[in-house]
Structure formats: structure tokens, C-alpha cells
Design a protein around this ligand. Structure first.
Ligand SMILES: [Zn+2]
Ligand SMILES: [Zn+2]
Length: 327
């Protein structure tokens, strides 16, 4: 399923099979998660995709071809491909444990063809083994919603009272991790989103409300997963002195002006960008320990446009995933 230009539907095309170059593997794709970032790309809010582009950066598949020099993986092994697809290894960010900020980074399903396809090619350094026991469709959301959510949770520090703004694909995973870590979770959804509120309660949130509500007590940190700038002052108002607000999305509507007192008393406002391989390795080993279980709505690959619309509508409960093996 190919994006030819911003603001146009994806087109179903037959393309030649990609070949694994040196250091690359080719996957037979089984499943690919649909991320809100895919929408930002399709809608032109992330303005520099390669075109034409195969979107999708939460890819699960088995290796069907090894490029020259590949040593980390074997034929037939099941792996996942995340958003970060390539880094230079030599810039000041790469050499200081911050490859997520690499100045020359390339991204799966944005500047590299992704997983809305039957076959995909990836750099072996940016593939993660998928833990046994996870079905393909349930594993796919771990690769971005899970991974980048996990990085956001880590940046929330040791916050015990944690607010999650926007209870979709990422929050429903991170709620499980946070509860397992012994944190208390307060979930904020759009007003009237009863299905997501119910899911939050089931997954252990002790309080659930709409994003304009004040929590019953101050929070130690809040993670904003919804791409809504107005949530920034709302979340700052909900966190206690010294608390953090972490913006986990790659794109957000403008943040409205707010009084300095919302930031005063050493509140911290920060964003999260991309992931490192270390995040991926940590999270993919943690997920089966908890174990994280993902709630997914499944579409066949050819209905990728409908799947994107489902995410756009905000009606999705949990994560949306393309089943590439479905006919
Ligand atoms: Zn994503
Ligand atoms: Zn770099």
C-alpha cells in the first residue's frame, strides 16, 4: 500500500520484491501496526517522507533473505522492525548514547519503505527478535506504541502517581508496565470515550476521567500521548511541584499560552524523540515478563486506508494492526 503524495489515499500496487543489501535482512511481513505517526505522514504533517512511500513502522515478520555480512539473524527467524531504521554511528549524538537524536537518522515507513507490504527490508542492527508466545498481531504494537511509550515512561522518572493523557495504543501498553512497576495510574481520555475508559480500568488505572478533569490528587508525572497541545497546560496544572510532563508524540497541535506559574516550582516539560536500540532491547525483554497484552483491531492489508481512518476517528480501542497474511 503506497503513499504517492500527502493528503491522498494509499494505493494498492504490485512492486518488485525488495532485495536485502549488505547488512540487511528481508522479511516476509506477517503484521504491521498502524501508528498515529503514519497518519501524520499521510496527512502531510510530517513533511519530508520519501515518495512514493510504503508506510508502516511496527513490522513483524520472518526473515526470508540475509544480505551479505549479516551475522545477527538466521533465515526463518521472527523479528520486529521499529521506527528507527538507520543511524550514522559517528555523530555526537550517536557516540554519546543518544542515537535517537542522530542528525542523519533514517526512519522506517518515512524515509525508508516500511511494512504496509508483503515484504520489507531492514538494517539488521535495527531488528529485534520477537519474544516467543506473542502472536504476530499482538506483537506489532509493541514496536512503536510499546517502545516509544516505554521511553516516555522511563523519562517520567520514578513518578509514583502517573497520569496518562490519551488512552490509545501506547497508553494501554504503558499502563500495564506502570502497574507492574508498582505505580498508580490516572487515565485521561476524551470526554465520553467509554470504551477506552473501561479498558483503562481493566488494565489497572485507579482513576479515569476526561482530559479536562482534575485528578483527585496531584500527579508526580504525566505522559501526553494525544497529539493535542492544549493538554500541555492541563497536564502541568495536574502535576505536583517538581513533577514532569512528557510529550510522547512526534507531532502535536500548537500549545496555547499559559501562565508561568504552571511551570514554576521546578515542574519539567519535555518531549520524547524516537528510540534507541537499548530501549528496544530492554522493552522487548520486559514485555513477556509482565506480560504485556495488547488489545488490537485488525484490518487486512488492502484495507490500510480504512485502518488509518479508524485511527483518525479516535474510535480505536487499544491498537490497530494490519494483518498482511489475510487474503
Ligand atoms: Zn509509531
Ligand atoms: Zn548519528
Amino acid at each position: 500500500m503506497v503513499l504517492n503524495g500527502a493528503g491522498t489515499p494509499l494505493e494498492q500496487l504490485e512492486l518488485p520484491d525488495p532485495e536485502a543489501g549488505p547488512g540487511q535482512v528481508r522479511l516476509d511481513v506477517h503484521a504491521c501496526g498502524v501508528c498515529r505517526t503514519d497518519l501524520h505522514i499521510v496527512d502531510g504533517e510530517l513533511a519530508e517522507p520519501k515518495l512514493p512511500l510504503v508506510p508502516g513502522h511496527q513490522i513483524v515478520g520472518t526473515i526470508s533473505e540475509l544480505g551479505a555480512g549479516v551475522t545477527s539473524f538466521e533465515q526463518g527467524q521472527r523479528v520486529g522492525i521499529p521506527w528507527l531504521g538507520w543511524t550514522c554511528g559517528s555523530c555526537r549524538f550517536c557516540t554519546s548514547g543518544r542515537e535517537n537524536l542522530c542528525e542523519r537518522a533514517r526512519f522506517t515507513g518515512y524515509t525508508i519503505d516500511g511494512g504496509y507490504a508483503e515484504r520489507a527490508v531492514a538494517d539488521e542492527r535495527y531488528c529485534f527478535p520477537i519474544p516467543d508466545g506473542y502472536p504476530d498481531l499482538q506483537a506489532a504494537p509493541l514496536l512503536c506504541a510499546g517502545l516509544i511509550g516505554y521511553r516516555a515512561l522511563t523519562l517520567a522518572g520514578d513518578a509514583r502517581r502517573l497520569g496518562l493523557y490519551g488512552f490509545g495504543a501506547a497508553a494501554h501498553i504503558i499502563c500495564q508496565v506502570a502497574r507492574w512497576q508498582g505505580r498508580r495510574v490516572f487515565a485521561f481520555t476524551r470526554a465520553g470515550d467509554d470504551a477506552s475508559q473501561q479498558l483503562a480500568r481493566t488494565l489497572g488505572a485507579e482513576w479515569v476521567g476526561s482530559s479536562s478533569d482534575r485528578p483527585p490528587e496531584p500527579l508526580d508525572a504525566a505522559i501526553i500521548f494525544a497529539p493535542v497541545g492544549a493538554l500541555v497546560p492541563a497536564a502541568l496544572a495536574a502535576v505536583d511541584r517538581g513533577g514532569s510532563v512528557v510529550c510522547a508524540g512526534i507531532h502535536m497541535s500548537d500549545i496555547p499560552a499559559f501562565p508561568y506559574e504552571l511551570l514554576w516550582e521546578e515542574r519539567v516539560l519535555r518531549s520524547v524523540a524516537n528510540l534507541t536500540r537499548k530501549d528496544g532491547e530492554e522493552f522487548m525483554s520486559l514485555a513477556p515478563t509482565i506480560p504485556v497484552e495488547t488489545e488490537v483491531t485488525v484490518y487486512p492489508l488492502r484495507e490500510a486506508n480504512e485502518a488509518l481512518d479508524h485511527v483518525r476517528s479516535g474510535r480505536a480501542v487499544g491498537a490497530v494492526v494490519l494483518d498482511v497474511t489475510a487474503k
